[in-house]
Design a protein around this ligand. Structure first.
Ligand code: GLU
Length: 504
């Protein structure tokens, strides 16, 4: 088993938008696959037709495209092990259901929902298992002939797995070690329903992992209770030797307390729990997404990678390549990871500062246009470059911080910064400064600096704050020379003139 090619899968059910916990699961699979030169398969587990949501599959694919998580095979990627949508694999599952029935490892049951409910009501903690199955309506009780007669008469049935009691079941988990349970606590799970001619999750999942030659099953902790049954299924099929290794990842917990992270936490505290905005096709509700909220995909990846694992050093900023190199599945934590969304915002800030201005400019340009401002993209880029280091978490925070680049400020004598910095002789000093700038033909930072620094040093002047009042109207913004160079000589002088007139 050790020299087996690493093949992992991400196998969501298209029941709605992909939850951020699912994204973390996919990411860990991706890091593990890339680290081992393995393959990553994208499988759609759509055997529960009652929970199918149109649009979910496309949403999931688009989410991974945005995040830069690439699959090697699967729905929309193709490959040798298709089809990769379980609803298109009915023939395959039928064959394996028959194998279990023929081998006496499964049986047919006719109990109606009403009968099952009646049983649950009359027997405390009822479980369909070795102790009760002979009191129920199934092929073990009815015999082959009666079973055949009922099926031929069109009676609906399910196929149940026959769990033998008294067996120790070991799940060997890379993160949790040996997890052992007694088979007695398991019930005879339904593997197939004739009503829709579809297997249940358990059977389809095991058959596909086997046929798709999956070497490692890396998934959320919520699937751990299913793992013993899966181990028994591998055995029943005679596939114990090629059973994948399991790794059940820790839960994502609420940011402010115990319990599983939910969409409600996001709504309550104001952070997205989905990668992309989701428009619910039934209710019409819109749920916010990381992309639309202004997160950079690399920031989301870095943030999620550290929820349940860390490199064991102080390094917090890790590129995808570094994550691939350093990720260690066996060092994932067993206990849940608190979803510290504020940390997620911090990651975004760090990544904003490290991202090319040209890449950030279009999203700021959209905000400018929404505010009625249309300027060439180089101007947008220049502003982003001057302002992104100002501890902003998101590009959308830029507008209130730098509207003055595009709109002449309204001068207010009662503005705190203005009051502090605009003295009786300030207007005269600003006139002097304007006279100094006026003759410059080159209005670059260097050229301004050469004359203004010399003038300031000579006269012991500190014109910076009043000059800021002139160009910004208050105490914010970038370096004054950079700002003046951006505005250009004409606009700079015009603003100085307006300030002098307004503030006297
Ligand atoms: N279809 C399951 C899900 O929605 C897959 C669980 C597994 O990875 O086995 O997550």
């Amino acid at each position: 088993m050790t020299d087996r090619k690493v093949r992992v899968r991400f196998a969501p059910s298209p029941t709605g938008p992909l939850h951020i916990g699912g994204v973390r699961t996919a990411l860990y699979n991706y890091l593990f696959a890339r680290q081992h030169g393995g393959d990553m398969v994208f499988r759609i587990e759509d055997t529960d037709s009652t929970r199918f949501v149109p649009g979910a599959e496309d949403y999931i694919i688009e989410s991974f495209k945005w995040l830069g998580i690439e699959f090697d095979e699967g729905v929309s990627y193709g490959g040798q092990h298709g089809p990769y949508r379980q609803s298109e694999r009915r023939d395959i599952y039928r064959r394996y259901v028959k194998q279990l029935l023929d081998d006496g490892k499964a049986y047919i049951a006719f109990d109606t929902p009403e009968q099952l409910n009646a049983k649950r009501e009359s027997v405390a903690n009822f479980q369909y298992d070795a102790h009760t199955r002979m009191e129920m309506c199934n092929s073990l009780v009815l015999g082959d002939e009666e079973t055949r007669r009922r099926i031929e008469a069109g009676e609906k049935y399910v196929v149940r797995f026959k769990v033998e009691p008294g067996e120790e079941v070991h799940v060997s988990d890379i993160i949790r070690g040996d997890v052992c349970i007694m088979s007695d606590i398991l019930d005879d799970k339904v593997l197939y329903k004739s009503a829709d001619d579809l297997p249940t999750y358990h059977l389809a999942n095991i058959v596909d992992d086997h046929l798709m030659e999956i070497s490692h099953v890396i998934r959320g902790e919520e699937w751990l209770p299913s793992a013993p049954l899966h181990v028994l299924l591998y055995r029943a099929f005679g596939w114990a030797d090629t059973m994948p290794a399991f790794a059940h990842l820790p839960l994502l917990l609420k940011p402010d307390g115990k319990g599983k992270l939910s969409k409600r936490d996001g709504d309550r505290l104001g952070f997205p729990v989905f990668p992309l905005e989701w428009h619910d096709p039934k209710s019409g509700d819109i749920s916010s997404g990381y992309r639309e909220s202004g997160y950079l995909p690399q920031a989301v990846i870095n943030f999620l990678a550290l929820l349940g694992w860390n490199p064991g050093t102080d390094q917090e900023l890790l590129s995808m390549q570094e994550l691939i190199e350093q990720f260690d599945l066996s060092k994932c934590s067993k206990s849940g990871a608190k979803f510290d969304y504020v940390k997620g915002q911090w990651f975004n800030r760090e990544y904003l500062q490290r991202t090319d201005n040209a890449l950030l400019a279009p999203s700021f340009d959209a905000i400018l246009r929404a505010n009625g401002i249309e300027v060439p993209m180089e101007r947008v880029e220049a502003v982003v470059g001057m302002m992104k280091m100002k501890k902003i978490n998101f590009i959308k925070e830029l507008w209130p911080l730098c509207d003055f680049f595009f709109i002449r400020p309204a001068y207010q004598a009662d503005d705190k910064f203005t009051r502090k910095n605009w003295k009786e002789d300030t207007a005269a000093e600003m006139r002097e400064l304007a006279a100094l700038l006026e003759p410059l033909t080159d209005f670059s930072v260097e050229s301004q600096k050469a004359v203004v620094d010399a003038w300031a040093a000579e006269g012991g002047k500190k014109p910076w704050n009043p000059w800021r009042v002139c160009l910004v109207g208050t105490g914010k913004g970038p370096d004054m020379y950079e700002l003046a160079a951006f505005l250009g000589k004409e606009e700079t002088l015009a603003r100085m003139q307006s300030a002098i007139e307004a503030l006297g």
